[in-house]
Each structure stands twice: as structure tokens, then as C-alpha cells.
Ligand binder design. Sequence first.
Ligand SMILES: Cc1cc2nc3c(=O)[nH]c(=O)nc-3n(C[C@H](O)[C@H](O)[C@H](O)COP(=O)(O)O)c2cc1C
Length: 200
Amino acid sequence: MSIVIAKPKIALIIGSTRTGRFADVPAQWMLKQARTRADMDVELLDLRDFNLPFFDEIASNGFVPSQTPEAVHWQQTLARFDGFIFVVAEYNHSLTGALKNALDQAYTEWNRKPFTAIGYGGVGAARAIEHLRLIGIEMHMVSTHAAVHIGGSDFFTIFPAAGNQPIETIEQNLLPSAKAALDELVWWAKATMAARSEAA
Ligand SMILES: Cc1cc2nc3c(=O)[nH]c(=O)nc-3n(C[C@H](O)[C@H](O)[C@H](O)COP(=O)(O)O)c2cc1C
């Protein structure tokens, strides 16, 4: 029996919430790349819009249903998606606290789904994205091998406190990794959608 797989629904999640964040620049650029593709539907989720408090539940919702209405709303939102693109700032060589909290505020909704990332910073948030991959393992997620890293001179060309140039100035350097990351994301989204559907 063959299974017909729908087009994956992908959420692009902005992982920094601070006032004056730079995150919107890489987020909008990656959203544009994803929206040019016919093989996925992508929606932007801004953590600012979810007002998640610090985790304050009895346990992860993999074990005990959450009580905080904002957490439940976040989980219900994530449940609609088949895969994720994280927009990753690097704070002290890791994720932002806001993104870690948002990851902790769901569990089953992440399970058996893929993710990729676009990171930015001195080393393109490579360390933060590696931490994200470790967390993803515990969430039963699949990470793409490719990710977009805006680092080094590319980052300082577009960072407002340095070169302050538009991201299009450096986009030729980003396009190959963006394509690879999104190609892999779709592959894993379809694979996990089929497997989840068969398991159900
Ligand atoms: C608390 C804090 C820690 C930071 N640590 C790092 C770091 O470890 N590596 C890095 O490349 N940039 C670091 N930065 C600089 C960020 O890359 C830069 O501020 C970036 O704009 C943060 O993303 P955002 O503006 O979207 O929040 C740090 C910034 C902050 C505020």
C-alpha cells in the first residue's frame, strides 16, 4: 500500500525575543528562501507573540499535561507542523534562554519531526546550533546535517553595530547552505510524516 504524503508544514521560529534584536534580518531572509519553494508551506512563529513564562509545570508534557495556558497554546501551535527552522542567536556559546524555555515548554509536539537552523554571530552560532542538536536528540527530533551559518566577515558586514549592510550583500555566500538545509528538511519531513502516519 502506498501512502500519499501531503506537503510538509514548516514553522520558522525566531529564537531571540529581546528588544532591538537582530534576529528579524536572518529570519526574514530565511523565510523568503523557504517561501520560494513549492515543496513546503512555511509560517513564521515569533516567540514574542507567545508570552511563554519560565517553565513552571509538574513535568514535561511528555509525562504530565501542562497547566499554563500559554504553554498549552504553544503546544497546540507546534502540533500543526511537520518540521521546524530555528533562527538561532548565540548567547555565551549556546542558545538564548528564550529558545531553550520554548523547547522545554513542549515535548510530544517536537517528537519525530525534523529541524534545521539559521544561526548568526562571530562563528555563525555554530556552538549554539550544536547545543540545539543535542537538545533535539532528547526531543526525539532529527537534525539536518546542513545549516545556514552567518559568521565571520559575513556577520560583521551586515551586523548593525559594524558594517550595517543589507543581507543581500552577502547572500551569495548563504544560498548554497540554505538550499541544502531546506532540501534536507523536506526529505526528513516527508520521511517522518510517512513513518508517523504508518505508526498511527
Ligand atoms: C548575552 C549575550 C551573549 C552573547 N554571546 C555571544 C557568543 O557567545 N557568541 C557570539 O557570536 N555572539 C554573542 N553575542 C552577540 C550576538 O551575536 C549579537 O548580540 C546578536 O545580535 C544576538 O542576536 P539577537 O540580536 O537576535 O538577540 C552575545 C550577545 C548577548 C546579548
